[in-house]
Write a protein that binds this ligand. Sequence first.
Ligand SMILES: [Zn+2]
Length: 393
Amino acid sequence: MMGLKSWKIARIRGVDVNLHISLLLLLPYLVLAIGSRFGSVARDAGVSAEALSFGAWGWGFICALGLFASILIHEFGHVMVAQTQGTRVDGVTLMMLGGLSTMDRPPERPFAEFRLAIIGPLVSLALAGCFLALESASTQPDLKFLGFWLSRTNLALAVFNLLPAFPMDGGRALRSLLAVKRGQLKATQTAVKVSTVFAWSFGVMGALSLNIILLLIAFFIFAGAQTELAFLLSRGLLKGIRAGDVAIEVSPIAENQNLIACADRMIKERQTVLPVITTSGESALVSLGRIRTIPSEFRDTTRVRDIMSVVRRSLDKQEAISDALSELATSPGGSLPVTSDGKIIGIVRAADLNEVLQLKRLEESAILSFGTHVGEPTGVTTEPSEKSGGKAA
Ligand SMILES: [Zn+2]
């Protein structure tokens, strides 16, 4: 869902705020849904619709924006806690059914994960309280209506996110509580089972009542639970593997080279992605796909720096690859430069990691099926099935 399309709309506390296309599709629906029930909502709020400054569609739009802002504040609750825990947060994406934060490594200590998860619903509850106060204290109809609507919206956000199912905050909180006694893997597997029960319940309820939102939530939970499991299994399987072990050696290209020289090197070395040496010290890559977007008659005057993609960072060859999974999955071309003593020595590609993962899974299932598995069963050996799909999202 992430890769589909999103736009950066702001940068707050060093974090990019992105708007996902699904939210733009939801906006007209929300305006319509809120606008069509405007009269009865106004009645519930105890104000007469005629006394309000805007009509049904105007309020529909304001209420929809209020919902998005509420989701954004909720998400920044997570961001602030993550930052105090020393986790770098690169972006927040607002999408249908909530927000999504991209962090460089999710916490593995149960207590840290619990705090990171529970802060979201707490922020929503606090917002609900503030707007409830606004509603009861104001005599001005517009403020009363706004307070009424936003207090209910934030309460609903808090309750929805407390559901003990992935990818909601409640699912993560549940996993972290279970992990204290049972370890990350067992806890995740149990939380995934609980999530699947929720997904089926919502799915059946949605199908029986023909409620598209319930069906959407069912799908959202199901996908979230599978992603969580796949991500954890990948992390477990890749434990002990360093960036240098899976890197392909490629010498970098200077950013002032033109695209003809760059394409020549790609053809000669049979590479579609090259790491770039930049004067600014930023980590960057240039890909065949980007070169192709430049018409051939301009390739001798276009420099690598004009089309290169700057990535978040390079990986040191000693770094554990399991810590860079989410960055690899979201970087352009699914690649990151690899360095040794600060010098670029090559790249790591997500596609190569997938091969390593498949081999690891084969190895694990072979060991289990021959029954020769000895030692601590604490690794990712309990379920070596094909359940965990491709790369971690
Ligand atoms: Zn949350």
